[in-house]
Design a binder for this molecule. Structure first.
Ligand code: ADP
Ligand code: MG
Length: 237
């Protein structure tokens, strides 16, 4: 028996209602601590797959295990708790709450997850200190920044706040859905390097999806969704 995967999918299939099958994935594993770049063109089902991994969508068939827990066997509330305890998300549009401060945005997962709050306190002394330290590691070193409203930030600053929110309380899995598409090439690479350093320090795996291949060589492993997905149309392969 091999070591437990962080994510293990088997015979997973999913179709949006009234649409042709989008995903049909016989097998996929992500290892603990691994950084994986998953590429696929727009519309190929990357965001849908990430939603399935977070238990936001349910598959029509098959198994999704995260840290050995079968997500399809959890009721909706338990799935939501499991997701916030173990997964940090960086969304394409960052999804910061505009009327909250930077600090409040970063600390949100600790309000929903006791285990992430507890880990933040163990590692940094307090949730506030965890937020300030993560933001400083990500290049937002000005303490006055913490009190600013999220909607007063530049795109590059919002992205760092979104990354700090994903990382706080050390979830085992960080999922990033095309988080660099709004940045220029230099800023993209700098951001990825900071994200890697933080994931490594926390022992987190990083699953990064994008249609932009320029960042792929920086990752432990590269994969195309079309290689995994039997439902991919021939033009994607
Ligand atoms: N909420 C939804 N309801 C219905 N169809 C959807 C929804 N989200 C995505 N789709 C469809 O699923 C396909 C893949 O979308 P998506 O997973 O967003 O791809 P990607 O992230 O690779 O661009 C598209 O055809 C899209 O129209
Ligand atoms: Mg997408």
């Amino acid at each position: 028996m091999s070591n437990q995967a962080l994510i293990e999918l088997s015979e997973l299939s999913f179709a949006w209602p009234g649409q042709a099958p989008l995903l049909d994935i016989p097998a996929f594993r992500l290892e603990p601590g691994e950084t994986l770049f998953l590429k696929g063109p727009s519309g190929s089902g990357k965001t849908t797959l990430l939603g399935l991994l977070g238990g936001v969508q349910r598959p029509d068939r098959g198994s999704i295990r995260l840290l050995g827990q079968e997500l399809t066997q959890l009721a909706a509330g338990a799935r939501d708790r499991f997701r916030v305890d173990h997964t940090g998300y960086i969304f394409q549009q960052f999804n910061l709450l505009p009327f909250l401060s930077v600090r409040e945005n970063v600390e949100l997962p600790c309000h929903f997850s006791k285990s992430r709050a507890a880990r933040a306190v163990t590692r940094h002394g307090s949730v506030d200190q965890a937020a300030a330290t993560l933001l400083a590691h990500l290049g937002l070193t000005d303490p006055a920044m913490l009190a600013r409203r999220a909607d007063s930030l530049s795109i590059g600053q919002q992205q760092r706040v979104a990354a700090a929110r994903a990382l706080i309380g050390q979830p085992e899995l960080v999922i990033a859905d095309e988080p660099t598409s709004a940045l220029d090439a230099d800023a993209r690479e700098a951001f990825i390097r900071l994200l890697f350093a933080e994931c490594r320090e926390a022992g987190a795996s990083l699953l990064f999806v994008s249609h932009d291949q320029s960042l792929a060589p920086l990752f432990d492993r590269n994969l195309s969704l079309a290689e995994l997905n039997r439902a991919a149309v021939a033009s994607e392969v």
